[in-house]
Structure formats: C-alpha cells, structure tokens
Design a protein. Sequence first.
Length: 294
Amino acid sequence: MPLGARSEKFFGSFFQKRTSLLFRLLATGEGLAGLTMLAILLAVALTAPWLAPGDPLAIKGDPLLPPWQTMAHPLGTDRLGRDVLSALIHGTRTTLLVATAAAAAALGIGITVGTIAGFLGGWVDEALMRVAEAFQTVPAFLLTLALISVTGPRVPTIVLGIAIGAWMQPARITRAEILSLRERDFVAAARVIGMRPLEIAFREVLPNALTPVVSLAAVIVAAAVLIEAALSFLGFGDPNRVTWGSMIAEGRTVLRRAPFLSIIPGIGLVLTVLAVHLTGQGVAKALRTRRIAA
C-alpha cells in the first residue's frame, strides 16, 4: 500500500474513533451538561482580557457596593473598591490554568511511572511502587503547602505541588492495566520483530491501557481546583493573581455586611467542580459504551 494511502487510512481511523467517542460523550446527559459548562468557563477564561479589561486588582469604585446597584459594577465591589465581576472573570483563568496543568502533569508522571513499573517488573516495579507508597502517605495539600513554604507562592509551584501529590493513583491504575496486557500475543509479536522493551511499552501496550486512566483525570482536576482554592483562602496563593479562594477569604472579614463577596466566588467553585464531575461521569459512560460495542 502506498505511503499516502496508509497515512490517510491511519488518520481517518484515528479521527473516526475520536469523533465516535465525542458523540457518545455528548449522548450522555452528564457529558453534555458537563462539557457545556466547561466550554462556558473556558470561553470566559480565554476572553478575560476583553470581557474585563484592565487590572482586576485595581480600585475602580466605592467600597462594598452591593450587586446590581450600578451597571458599572454589576456584581458590586469589595471592601477596597475592586470590581467583583472583573475579579471573578480573571479568577476563572487562574483556576482552570492550575487545575488543567496540575492534572496533565500528574497524569504524565503517573502514566510514565506505571508503564515502566508494569512492563519491566522485577526490582524496577518494586522500587517505583515503594516510592509511590511513600508519596501516598503525605496528603497532596500538605505537600503543596510545604513546597510553597520553601519556594514561595507562585502558580508553577502550586501546579508542581498538586501534581507531585496526585500522580500515585494514575501510576497504580496504569501499572495494573499494563500487567494485564504485557503477556498478550501482540506484545510477543513486537518482541519478535526486534522492538525495544520501552518502545513496546509506550507504543504498543500503553494506548490499550489508557481507558481507566482517562476517567481518573476528572477526579484530579476537581481536587486541584479545591486545593488551589484552599491555598488561596489561607493566603498561600500567588499574590499577583486573582483567585476565587482569595476572593472568598477577602469576603470573610465582612461576611455579615457583604456576604455576596464570598458567595459569588463560592458559586463559581461549585459550578466548576460540578462541571468537571459531570464530564468525568460522561467520559466513563462513553468509554464503557465503547468497550461494550467493541
């Protein structure tokens, strides 16, 4: 078969599978609702400089204006006179940035460690799993807090701390899947044609083991959202960025007089975690339907 025809066949099959999975995801009520909410949040995050131009930390009006009192500040102002709507929009960027980056890093580390441990086995497997158990004894929040206390409260530090505290579960699930696949006939055939062990592991075995790991991504993203908010609430977030956690903490001091300062970003957190949870449920259903159909 000519190279062009083989490429066309490969990419056609690749995109057809992805499209089929997307249709199955959208066919589930949870997937449709979750993706719609995430799409709105992503659109807000990407268009934040146009929706709310200027510095969200700048003072723009009288302090503690209640919501809907003036069109210049639809959601009111905080105790320093900063616009709540502007802070909410820019806080969406920080939340999604930290959550997606931390989840991607955690999955990348976990999948790599789990693949190597499961495929090579022996002392390599034992050593990597003991390291995973050591990390698992420390909660992700405390690990991130310790890292911030050493290097300072910056977004890359928060992302790294959350990822280091969350890679163990993906590693264990990937390892279990690899262990069940490494003795299959296609692995033996790959060895016969001279492929190296790690090449077989990552090119032939790993793609068949990713289904349960993908379902775990939603859990990691939701946990990252909550950890970042908790850190910002306690004053350990990046001081140069607006976050929903810092907005809730800011409203705590005037909770009786202006409860909206904490309620509004709190609703944003709830909706974000709910959107991620619903998307994860939809992905799990779509993957289960695809496996049954196959």
